[in-house]
Write a protein that binds this ligand. Structure first.
Ligand SMILES: NC(=O)c1ccc[n+]([C@@H]2O[C@H](COP(=O)([O-])OP(=O)(O)OC[C@H]3O[C@@H](n4cnc5c(N)ncnc54)[C@H](OP(=O)(O)O)[C@@H]3O)[C@@H](O)[C@H]2O)c1
Length: 430
């Protein structure tokens, strides 16, 4: 049994994660070992009358989450509304200004406004915690911020969006198109009605922005994160990549590089035997490479009411236990902004796919253009596809400057025999 005082919790947002947290707090208010009880003393959502999977009639209701955030009736404010701006941001700022510790699952808010919010939290002398914002139930933030604080992280690469991973896994398993699988995922509730944040790569980009800031001792710089989603991945690419020994995944990565960091989200090819390639369905997975520890791999549920609420509860437990540390790796006012790497210095290996007319000389024209640019081909695959308008030519390259590669691909795209926009996916450096 726990001792100590009762901590009065205010929760704004009673959707998926809010419901999971209310379940934990109603069953086990003493979940924080030996530190005190966590008791819900105020809730807020958009609609008071909306049917919910739990009874809120005995909980004090606040129409306005900003009023709840600053209320003298609560000690800790939990923000589970979502969105980088609007009521979520206003409420978090109000709570911090009122001297209340804040726990949030909101990756968009932390990735886009984390630097300013961290300064506000530290000026006000209260914690701002966001374990649930990255990888839901997998303690990624704690590993990067706390467990490896004595090490030097060199790179991070992972699958950070379960919806995209589910779609790519289903396309390969069932042979259905991106549009078909997305429509089914929406019907089943795995994908949002507006899927652009997930399939466009932005959700994964928010998460890798946060991890990169923690790993490299910078303030989050979402504007510098490169983002490409999975909309351009066709079934044909999934099959061709497989024939070459790879699986296409939406990989979010952050690499220390010179004075900067390369932070990006792209569809990438992972070797079939690699653990990232084997993380299927809605799973999340993360590799962390550091100087002294070497490689760490974690995998688990990146979303869902139960796992995400457990991560929120872990942060509430830290607040209750009195854990105090900077919001990121160093006091917020001293943090440099994460600087992007000079694009001309980026190197990659890549998968290229061209759909071409079935006529003599086309393959020679493609390979000559690549050779003239200095792009060296590693493997080559040409496979007629039943019902396709042209013939797909697929090749993988050796390591090459990305600017050189994209210029060569643009030249090939302009050849009369090329029927479709070429596809270029990087081979993940994992
Ligand atoms: N779902 C996950 O698995 C997961 C995983 C990791 C992180 N997260 C993050 O956790 C946060 C919550 O996600 P969720 O999936 O629980 O969202 P959700 O199911 O859409 O719930 C959002 C909640 O916010 C409330 N809300 C919306 N606008 C509001 C306003 N103006 N004032 C007060 N309340 C308002 C909604 O009220 P009504 O119920 O009345 O509509 C709803 O209860 C987001 O930042 C998300 O990115 C979610």
């Amino acid at each position: 049994m726990s001792g100590g005082k009762s901590w009065r919790i205010g929760i704004a947002g009673l959707g998926t994660v809010g419901a999971g947290l209310l379940d934990i707090l109603s069953r086990r208010p003493d979940f924080a070992p030996a530190s005190g009880l966590a008791v819900v003393r105020g809730v807020s959502a958009r609609s008071r009358s909306r049917p919910r999977p739990f009874d809120i009639s005995n909980l004090p209701w606040f129409d306005d989450p900003v009023v709840l955030a600053a209320s003298p009736e609560i000690d800790v404010f939990v923000e589970l509304i979502g969105g980088s701006d609007g009521p979520a941001k206003a409420a978090v700022e109000a709570a911090l200004k009122a001297g209340k510790p804040v726990v949030t699952a909101n990756k968009a808010l932390i990735a886009e406004h984390g630097a300013a919010l961290a300064i506000l939290a530290e000026d006000c002398g209260v914690p701002l915690l966001f374990e649930a914002a990255v990888m839901g139930g997998v303690p990624a933030v704690k590993i990067v911020r706390e467990s490896l604080v004595g090490d030097e992280i060199q790179s991070i690469a992972g699958i950070l969006n379960g919806t995209c991973n589910y779609i790519l896994t289903e396309m390969e398993a069932t042979g259905r198109s991106f549009a078909d699988v997305l429509a089914e995922a929406q019907r089943l509730g795995y994908a949002e009605a507006d899927p652009s944040t997930d399939v466009g790569g932005f959700d994964a980009a928010h998460k890798i922005t946060i991890l990169a800031a923690l790993a490299f001792g910078c303030a989050p710089n979402f504007a510098a994160t490169e983002v490409e989603g999975i909309e351009q991945v066709e079934l044909l690419d999934i099959h061709m990549a497989r024939d070459l020994g790879y699986r296409i995944k939406l990989v979010a990565s952050a690499d220390r590089s010179g004075d900067g960091a390369l932070v990006r989200v792209h569809p990438s090819l992972a070797p079939l035997s690699h653990p990232l390639a084997q993380a299927g369905g809605a799973l999340n997975a993360l590799f962390i490479e550091s100087s002294r520890t070497g490689r760490i791999f974690v995998q688990g549920p990146g979303a869902g009411a139960g796992p995400t609420a457990v991560a929120v509860a872990a942060d509430i437990a830290d607040v209750i236990a009195g854990v105090r540390r900077p919001v990121f790796q160093a006091p917020a006012r001293s943090l440099p902004l994460s600087q992007p790497v000079d694009p001309s210095k980026m190197m990659c290996r890549a998968y290229l796919r061209f759909l071409v007319k079935d006529e003599p000389g086309v393959i020679a024209a493609v390979s000559e253009t690549l050779a003239e640019a200095g792009v060296s081909i590693e493997s080559f695959l040409q496979k007629p596809v039943e019902g396709a308008q042209g013939v797909p030519i697929v090749l993988t390259t050796h390591n090459v400057a990305e600017s050189v590669l994209t210029a060569a691909v643009d030249r090939i795209a302009s050849l009369a025999a090329v029927l479709d926009q070429p596809r270029m996916f990087r081979i993940a450096r994992i």
